[in-house]
Design a protein around this ligand. Structure first.
Ligand code: MSP
Length: 518
């Protein structure tokens, strides 16, 4: 595969990053790190969605300008992603000058084409969704089902996008490409929503909303946030109707948009229609992930249970985000909801990363030093059965990662670790040493260390720091593609000195459990 382009949703900046936003960015970063091992070139775009009534109102409540609010929170998002090791290529802000200009020209192009027209309109606007809802969308009490707030009745003259013109083409695309929406069980929902789709409002009057990109030909109107927001996927690469960049020509169409299930409609219907209207190719896949709950409860400001990822790192005094990355990316099966709890987090990462994986490396290297002064002898021959299991694991992990099944990929790695731990217990190298069966003892150790090189490679998308720590102690070069992986990894000769052995992941102490909520 030559190149891979993937994106996340861009986050609203009326608050700071919480664990739900972090879940998506971690998931995408894990997928990106996997695809870096399989493709020649990769581009990972993320960013912030900065216009709209919500941001305008939050800024007004705080007595600052919308731009000041956006700057403050966009910076906070960036800092959080840095702490989580999110290795994006570009961070787009929808207030970036180049983006605003390109969006104005996109709007102009659609207006000239006749796909955008002006109409007067009365509708129910939900500020939480930043969109108009129909009566049918509301709960029995007339509330938005996602935000549980009564939408505001708005009468305005707006610009409309001819979504209905593209309805049949979108249905055809979804039906003909069963892999387009991941997981595929969500495609049915989208096809249902398409049944009674209407043209959509794509601008707001400045008498109601001022914080938006002005329509070039009509400064009384600002461009409605979804056309602005969705366009980030192409403007972030340098798309402009008047001439695009090399990156755009190289990377578009996207291989994957990673988004939450709540905004699938915007991506699988609105975005496709906009791209069709712009005569641009369509993205290859959309991954709609599930939601993260806290202690099985929906996160919300009113419940006071919103957790920031940095709270977790600080409260458990973690020196990097590997444990949180591993926990989040294995929290749920593809597209299903997952849960975060302090107790479960502590138990899982201690069990998997410290007790099973970290300890295995640590005690094997310690035995190598104790019995062989850290040296691998040419007579030490690895166990073919275990290496076969490792080989199968490489294939399984790749298979799952290729399908974005990060939970299953993580499970497959831990199954290999468990099998290797069992191999050590069954063969008891300490007993072999006592019985002076040194070649057998050394062969067990070499086998484990060969496998640990594979584990270090496979775990890297989840835990880049742990992986690096393992690879350093194994003198193993992680910088390779999947198809360059070998099973014969440990070289003959001196591998390690006693002082160089250190735990790759420190157990989280029990005293930290349950602190995040307090
Ligand atoms: N700005 C829009 C997206 C525009 S994309 C062109 C938006 N922003 S958001 O800040 O509300 O959400 C950003 C992403 O975070 C979305 O994909 C959303 O699904 C995801 N999540 C927000 N809360 C979440 C959880 N509790 N759990 C998992 N993901 C969640 O929507």
């Amino acid at each position: 595969m030559k190149r891979f382009y993937l994106t996340t949703a861009i986050d609203y900046v009326n608050g700071k990053a919480h664990i739900g936003h972090a879940y998506e960015k971690i998931l995408t970063d894990v997928i990106a790190r996997h695809y870096k091992k399989c493709s020649d070139k990769l581009f990972f775009l993320t960013g912030t969605d900065e216009h709209g009534i919500k941001i305008q109102k939050t800024a007004a409540e705080r007595g600052i300008t919308p731009k000041e609010l956006c700057d403050e929170n966009a910076n906070s998002f960036k800092e959080t992603w840095k702490e989580l090791g999110i290795n994006y290529n570009k961070f787009i802000r929808t207030t970036d000058d180049y983006h605003e200009k390109a969006v104005q020209l996109i709007f102009k192009k659609l207006l000239e084409k006749g796909d955008i027209y002006k109409n007067s309109y009365t509708g129910l606007y939900c500020q939480g969704c930043e969109c108009f809802l129909s009566e049918k969308d509301l709960t029995e009490d007339g509330l938005c089902p996602d935000h549980l707030k009564k939408p505001e009745k708005v009468s305005e003259e707006n610009y409309f996008f001819k979504l209905t013109k593209y309805k049949d083409a979108i249905i055809k695309h979804i039906k003909e490409n069963p892999d387009f929406i991941v997981p595929s069980f969500r495609a049915g929902e989208v096809l249902n929503q398409l049944e009674d789709i209407q043209d959509i409002s794509v601008s707001r009057s400045i008498s109601n909303v001022t914080w938006g990109i002005p329509v070039l030909e009509d400064p009384e109107q600002v461009i409605y946030v979804w056309i602005d927001a969705l366009s980030n996927y192409i403007t972030g690469l340098g798309y402009n109707p008047e001439g695009s960049s090399e990156d755009f020509n190289e990377y578009w169409p996207a291989n994957l948009h990673v988004i939450g299930k709540d905004i699938l409609k915007f991506h699988s219907i609105y975005w496709l229609a906009i791209l069709m209207a712009l005569d641009l190719p369509l993205p290859k896949q959309i991954l709609a992930h599930g939601w993260i709950t806290i202690d099985e409860t929906k996160m919300s400001k009113s419940l006071g249970n919103v957790i920031a990822p940095t709270d977790i790192l600080n409260n458990f005094e973690l020196e990097n985000a590997d444990a949180l990355r591993y926990y989040m990316a294995t929290a749920a099966p593809l597209g299903k909801d997952g849960n975060y709890s302090d107790v479960d987090f502590k138990e899982k990462v201690n069990a998997h990363l410290a007790n099973s994986m970290g300890n295995l490396l640590n005690r094997t290297l310690s035995m190598l030093v104790k019995y062989f002064d850290g040296e691998i002898k040419p007579e030490f021959k690895p166990d073919e059965n275990i290496l076969n299991i490792a080989k199968n694991t490489i294939d399984r992990v790749k298979y799952h990662f290729d399908r974005y099944e990060t939970q299953e990929a993580g499970q497959a790695i831990m199954t290999l670790v468990d099998a290797t731990n069992k191999f050590v217990t069954d063969n008891a190298p300490w007993t072999l040493a006592k019985e002076e069966k040194m070649i057998e003892c050394g062969s067990v150790l070499r086998t484990v260390l060969d496998v640990m090189c594979i584990v270090a490679y496979l775990i890297e998308p989840f835990c880049p720091n742990i992986s690096k720590g393992m690879a350093e102690q194994l003198s193993y070069d992680l910088n390779k593609k999947y198809d360059e992986l070998s099973l014969d990894n440990i070289k003959d000769g001196k591998l390690i000195e006693k002082e160089q052995i250190k735990p790759v992941f420190l157990r989280i102490d029990s005293e930290f459990a349950d602190k995040t909520k307090k």
